[in-house]
Design a protein around this ligand. Structure first.
Ligand SMILES: [Zn+2]
Length: 446
């Protein structure tokens, strides 16, 4: 039966991603769905997996590669036929199918693999699958997804997922998407999750630990927390305001993009919290019962709109995630009786003004991709844009930006076009000085 290609996601921008992550991502195809069957033993960190990957060839393929690191592939087939060759080298699994794949056709790759998963070193520290004291955390941004499944690891290639994960019944397993079944068998339990929306591979995450599930709110979407028993009362105090944050962000950005939101608190300390598709992970050090991490709770929640629903096509546009999430922190601060957004902007502008001005917001380079100046300057710029457009037009812009690009891939150029639609005057100079030049512009005077 001839395969009818599905609508393709936006063409992955291999070119610009190469500058930021030279070895991540693969040419010649786009993945549309990953079905991952994972059998994991917390007791000895052993993983056995079967990845069934549906992809569409963007050119004629005699051979193709996938990102894959630290694990061993056992058997590989393409369209049900054993692939001739599969070798792992330089964090790549290279697959040569028995029959060449024609451009435009849909094909299925099945890879059986296993081993002891471990994080990989990167320019930004260790990323990927990481054993905790008594469980697992996966923090993949930007290039760690390959530590637990073979993938086309570039943010422009978003795909849907299903997960079937078995682990010890003593532990809770969380993955992206909706939990569709949880089947205990003797000492092990199989958890099935399905995503309804396409997900970028760096946002794919699995969390395993001894957690209690607590419902935080049902309105406007169900919100849950997975918390170690000893941290429950403090965590519930710390997350008490999250429903109000979500309500504020819905007013500012539009409806929460997904069907539910979960926060998880690991029993280990984490350097920083991190966002994943549909949930965020915090460390025990972020919980104090006194709202000490309120800013971070707001920040991670805001990534649901900026990062998880609207995902950068290329890492150079990281400010489209971090600048917006940081501005959301300041909006929440004002809403909750803290410093106003305007006061936050002035304070952080003064601090940035005293720091080296060698960073271009719209293309910071891989070393400075997660530099705090990207976050703060991005947020300050959004406030400047708000002042330029006026509140009504600015928030209309954010609503339409979020709605029109829901679950898609975005670029700075698209945001410029979207903003100009709401401005009576050209915004070229404003974007040029704030986003494309290193020197920090002055704030507009009152
Ligand atoms: Zn962030």
């Amino acid at each position: 039966m001839p395969n009818k290609p599905p609508a393709l996601p936006p063409r992955a921008e291999l070119g610009s991603n190469r500058e930021y992550l030279p070895t991540s991502g693969n040419a010649g195809y786009v993945v549309t769905h990953y079905a991952l069957e994972l059998d994991y033993r917390v007791s000895n960190n052993r993983l056995a997996g079967i990845a069934t990957i549906t992809a569409t060839a963007t050119g004629d393929l005699v051979r193709f590669s996938m990102d894959f690191a630290g694990l061993t592939s056992n058997r590989v087939s393409v369209n049900g036929v054993a692939a001739k060759k599969a070798v792992e080298t330089l964090q790549k699994l290279t697959i040569t199918p028995a029959h060449a794949i024609a451009a435009g056709s849909v094909f299925t790759v099945v890879i059986r693999y296993g081993g002891a998963p471990a994080p990989v070193k990167s320019l930004w520290g260790e990323v990927g699958w990481e054993e905790l004291e008594d469980g697992v955390i996966v923090a993949s941004q930007p290039c760690g997804a390959m530590t637990f499944y073979p993938c086309n690891d570039q943010p422009g290639n978003k795909a849907t997922y299903s997960f079937q994960i078995s682990a010890e019944s003593t532990h809770h397993v969380l993955a992206n998407g909706r939990l569709t079944s949880r089947v205990p068998r003797a000492s092990r339990t199989t958890w099935t999750y399905v995503t309804d929306e396409p997900v970028a591979s760096y946002l794919v995450s699995i969390q395993i630990g001894r957690y209690r599930e607590v419902a935080l709110s049902r309105d406007p979407v169900p919100q849950f927390a997975l918390i170690p028993a000893t941290l429950t009362s403090n965590a519930l105090r710390d997350f008490a305001d999250q429903p109000r944050m979500l309500a504020l962000f819905e007013r500012c950005f539009g409806p929460y993009p997904f069907t539910q939101y979960t926060v998880i608190v690991t029993d280990d300390e984490l350097e920083i919290p991190l966002e994943a598709h549909g949930f965020s992970a915090f460390g025990r050090n972020h919980i104090d019962g006194q709202g000490g991490s309120e800013r971070l709770i707001a920040h991670e929640l805001a990534h649901s709109w900026f990062g998880n629903s609207l995902t950068l096509a290329s890492w150079r546009d990281i400010w489209l995630h971090e600048g917006f999430a940081c501005y959301a922190e300041w909006l929440w601060s004002e809403e909750s009786g803290g410093p106003t957004a305007d006061a936050s902007v002035k304070q952080h502008w003064r601090r940035l003004n005293a720091l080296p001005q060698d960073l271009v917001l719209g293309d910071p380079g891989p070393e400075l991709m997660f530099d705090d100046r990207v976050y703060k300057r991005g947020a300050i710029f959004l406030h400047v844009l708000r002042r330029e457009l006026g509140d009504q037009a600015f928030f209309a812009l954010l609503h339409s930006w979020v709605a029109e690009n829901r679950f898609g891939s975005v670029t700075t150029a698209q945001f410029v076009t979207a903003a100009e639609f709401y401005s009576p005057a050209p915004l070229t100079t404003l974007f040029d000085t704030w986003v494309f030049q290193a020197r920090l512009p002055k704030l507009p005077t009152d």
